[in-house]
Design a protein. Sequence first.
Length: 91
Amino acid sequence: MLRPRRRIIKKPRRNHNLANVEEISPVARKYWLQRYSLFSLYNKGIQMDEEGWYSVTPEAIAIRQARRCAGKVVIDGFTGVGGNAIQFARM
């Protein structure tokens, strides 16, 4: 039986958009440190406020949700930061 492939996300070494991780609150810091697991293209210009960090749908989950809704009309009433809207637009 074949095992599903795990998606590998390479983490760039440079610190992008933030000079010092201590500049943000402890709540946002937790999610900021996981930024590459939340968004594969983080260094392409993602900018969020503190609430956005803990309310956004991680990219992998948003992709699965969009695939389930592919070919249907989708109204995303809780767009927020846009994690789901980006994936719905791609489908």
